[in-house]
Design a protein around this ligand. Sequence first.
Ligand SMILES: Cc1cc2nc3c(=O)[nH]c(=O)nc-3n(C[C@H](O)[C@H](O)[C@H](O)COP(=O)(O)OP(=O)(O)OC[C@H]3O[C@@H](n4cnc5c(N)ncnc54)[C@H](O)[C@@H]3O)c2cc1C
Length: 490
Amino acid sequence: MKDVVVIGAGVGGLASAVRMASRGHRVTMLEAGNSVGGKLAEHRDAGHRFDRGPSLFTMPELMEELDRLVPEGPGRPPQFTYRTLDRSTHYFWEGEPEPLVAWTDNLKFAKDVETRWGVPTKELLRHLATSRDAFELTRGVFLERSLHNLKTYASLAAWKLLGRFWKLPLLGTLHGHNARQFKEPKLQQLFNRYATYNGSDPYRAPAMMHVIPHLEHGIGTFLPEGGMRSIPLHLEKLATHLGVAIHTGCAAVQIVHNDHRVTGVKDAQGTTHKADLVVSNADLHPTYRKLLPDLKAPEKILGQERSTSGIIFYWGVRGHHPQLGLHNILFSEDYKAEFQHIQDRGTPGPDPTVYINITSKELPEDAPEGHENWFVLMNVKADPDLWTDDAVEKLKAEVLDKVKRTLGTCPDIVCEQVLRPQDIEGLTGSWKGALYGASSNSAAAAFLRHRNRSSQLEGLYFCGGSVHPGGGIPLCLLGAKIVDDLAHAS
Ligand SMILES: Cc1cc2nc3c(=O)[nH]c(=O)nc-3n(C[C@H](O)[C@H](O)[C@H](O)COP(=O)(O)OP(=O)(O)OC[C@H]3O[C@@H](n4cnc5c(N)ncnc54)[C@H](O)[C@@H]3O)c2cc1C
């Protein structure tokens, strides 16, 4: 039995705590915020409930795997529950009043695409099949193992990958790959948008991002019962049941070490928690700059471009909008110009792509009778300095204009809150408010993500969106598994 201290109760930290405690270790969690969850927070406003961060949930088997680590018995929390959705997204373009519904039944989706744009069904099905093959071929190496462990390269998964390397989309950018597959620009745009799943730019991100559509169109789209917030709350219950001591409102201020190994973590109240193992779920920047100022920081990794951030409006909206579903995208007319604008000036420009998530479509209790809860997100550069009140107001006007042009109606807003990059940084410690740590805008990005085990201090591990394998809930859950494997490899 070891003493383990986990810093940060984001989804990666919680999953690490569950894994460590299920092995019988004594686990203490220090969380700076007043509750667990990190980016998976929620708020309520005028009878509406809003998930503040993630809205899209895939790979639920990773939550089930954590459930299986906790034996049945008195007081054991009920299993995590979720529903399987029949569609991922309603896609809209200006001048086309009917959305294109992305059914998770691929044949149905492909037939709708054929009817709309004349793209042969088999072309779309082939595209989705190559996404599946690339995902299955790479997951065992790039998602489920450390890239900094020699054993990874001797694994069966690595040999399989090597044998079929030629099958992977290795050339050029994601946009280039999609443009080679489809002539229809709107279909290219639809598949380009998967780069935003990890905060990247499809015109710069490598073609390998083509693995991402498989998450929705192969594995599926799901919604946790109770909304996204139930993910960290469930992990908190599992952790507490296993005896993890969770201290909220308790920031770590220093990782204490001696003779090249960790010995404890000091909190803001001055208590030092003894540790044989420390798992930092805090963003890599503050981990090095604040908690380990005496250690040589990996400057090249820290200097990488950040993933995008977001401006999010949380609107309580009077009325019902039958053309909208749970996930909706209102595409800009010129996607390339929009990403160029984000890169050059930080904002999407006058014609933003607007993502609207409405959980009350599936969970009516999330909004009062006759209302909907709109979570409205636009991609922006991770740069807190840009977002003055005036800049937010300007973007709001552009968004309302876009909604009017696309849906032919303006939302009747009854309450509003806003989240900006500086809020994300302030609330979760995510450097510059990036949603997914470093961007994946280069082919080398996967190899440049920080390792999960420190090469400088024995007993120090890293998990969460700013380190390998990357951001997003599934990857953070996989990162916790990698940490657990590394810490217990004989
Ligand atoms: C608006 C938005 C939309 C998103 N959409 C999606 C989506 O649809 N699907 C998806 O999969 N992902 C999405 N993401 C990304 C996803 O939320 C993150 O990748 C993931 O939640 C990050 O988890 P994490 O484990 O890195 O921890 P984080 O959520 O980053 O939490 C880190 C925790 O560490 C704590 N902490 C930091 N420093 C200290 C310290 N010194 N001491 C103690 N505690 C500390 C923080 O308070 C925080 O609670 C979105 C994110 C945002 C913000």
